[in-house]
Design a protein around this ligand. Structure first.
Ligand code: PLP
Length: 418
């Protein structure tokens, strides 16, 4: 992949891992929509199963269309390899299950996407894995929470929907001081804005459903191995086989061979294909997503009916400085939240938007609005909503790539009704 890595990011998103000569000179990878692959001799199949020969056997194991997306995202994130999964949550689950087991612990920033929060606090404990959640942007709290049972540190680059921004390099340093890997969910930033591996992260996760696909046309996830972590056997004895088989990428081997295949978190090849198409425009889209978000945040901050705006691009954000430094002035993401008088005002605003779509997703080319308190978090207790910073008066916006004046005009007229 060395020739691909020589290009600038904006070129890589289009040209990295393109292999037209292998695709009947087509410019897009073929969709290998097949559950399994036919073999000639019994010996051949045995060789491939044993890993002595390369080849495709069965979709749950590996698929040529999925391979293209895996290679491409690994190149974009600066990793040594990747595994695509059936959803972003499958990527989170596979990763934790590959690393930690019963009786062990993980430490995570407490500003987590809803399903990740439920997985960590309600589901994993049933399998004997304890998650200790700490204040996301306070590195000292992570260090205090680490014990000899800790097996990984997990954090989101930009918290959804708290919009907080932890210092990834500092967390990587803490993790490594304790011989632990840092796992980063980079969904809200995308590799266009931030590449965690360059800042010391060991594993990077995405929901492909969001900015990487960019059009809300498929669900998917990806796990990227940064190839940087040593996986000491005294702490990770279950990595012995993978360390021997793939010394350059033991985690990739482990998560693929043991968890991904056997949990069956397979991505459909058609979803890979749609995501490969979406990736072509990632750089352009992110540029527009983020400049629109900045403009909308500034507009809302000046609006009489808007009590507060939470966007890392505003100087009022407590995370403005760290985001500016960490994202090297390239932007602050495309998600923001704002507060109105109360829940009723939020409902009126949402019921009156005409351009923006009201739905549960983010990272689409269209502007999306939602009232998290009464939707994704409706079954959460008041205490949990407070812990996750989900007040009743909050609207979340995923800013799209329409003309910024049209987005602002739509919000202006909807706010009149609020
Ligand atoms: C930060 C983050 N991580 C993970 C996920 C889960 O992704 P998926 O819906 O593809 O399972 C989401 C979904 O919104 C998310 O926002």
């Amino acid at each position: 992949m060395s020739e691909d890595n020589a290009w600038r990011f904006d070129t890589q998103v289009i040209h990295a891992c393109q292999r037209p000569e292998e695709w009947q000179t087509g410019t897009l990878p073929p969709i290998y929509q097949t559950a399994s692959h036919k073999f000639g001799t019994a010996e051949q199949l045995s060789e491939v199963f044993a890993g002595r020969e390369a080849g495709y056997i069965y979709l749950r194991l590996r698929n040529p269309t999925n391979d293209v997306l895996e290679r491409k995202i690994a190149a974009l994130e600066g990793g040594v390899g990747a595994v695509v999964t059936s959803s972003g949550m499958a990527a989170v689950t596979d990763t934790v299950m590959a690393i930690a087991g019963a009786g062990e612990e993980i430490v995570a920033g407490n500003s987590l996407f809803m399903s990740t929060y439920i997985l960590f606090t309600s589901v994993l404990p049933r399998f004997g894995i304890t998650a200790k959640l700490v204040e996301t942007t306070d590195p000292a709290r992570y260090e205090e929470a680490i014990t000899d049972k800790t097996r990984l540190i997990f954090v989101e680059t930009i918290g959804n929907p708290k919009m907080d921004v932890p210092d990834i390099a500092e967390l990587a340093a803490i993790a490594h001081r304790h011989s632990l890997p840092l796992v980063v969910d980079n969904t809200l930033a995308s590799p266009y804005l931030f590449r965690p591996v360059e800042h010391g992260a060991d594993v990077v996760i995405h929901s492909l459903t969001k900015f990487l696909n960019g059009h809300g046309s498929a669900v998917g996830g990806v796990i990227v191995d940064g190839g940087s972590f040593a996986w000491p056997l005294e702490k990770y004895p279950h990595f012995e086989l993978s360390s021997a088989k793939r010394p350059d990428a033991p985690f990739l081997d482990k998560v693929w061979r043991e968890i991904h295949i056997n949990f069956g978190t397979t991505l459909a090849p058609f979803h890979s294909f749609l995501t490969v198409i979406g990736l072509d425009t990632l750089a352009l889209r992110m540029e527009r997503h983020m400049s629109n978000a900045q403009k909308l945040a500034e507009y809302l901050a000046d609006h009489d009916k808007v009590r507060w705006v939470n966007y890392p691009g505003l100087p009022t954000s407590p995370w403005h400085e760290v985001a500016g430094r960490q994202f090297a002035g390239n932007g602050y993401g495309a998600l923001l939240t704002f507060g109105l008088a109360n829940e009723q005002a939020c409902f009126k605003f949402i019921d009156n938007v005409k351009l923006a779509y009201h739905l549960a997703n983010l990272g689409d080319s269209k502007t999306l609005v939602i009232h998290p308190y009464s939707s994704q978090y409706v079954s959460f207790t008041e205490e949990k909503r407070a812990e996750l910073s989900i007040p009743a008066e909050m609207v979340r916006v995923s800013v799209g790539i329409e003309h910024p004046d049209d987005i602002i005009a739509d919000f202006a007229q909807a706010l009149e009704a609020a």
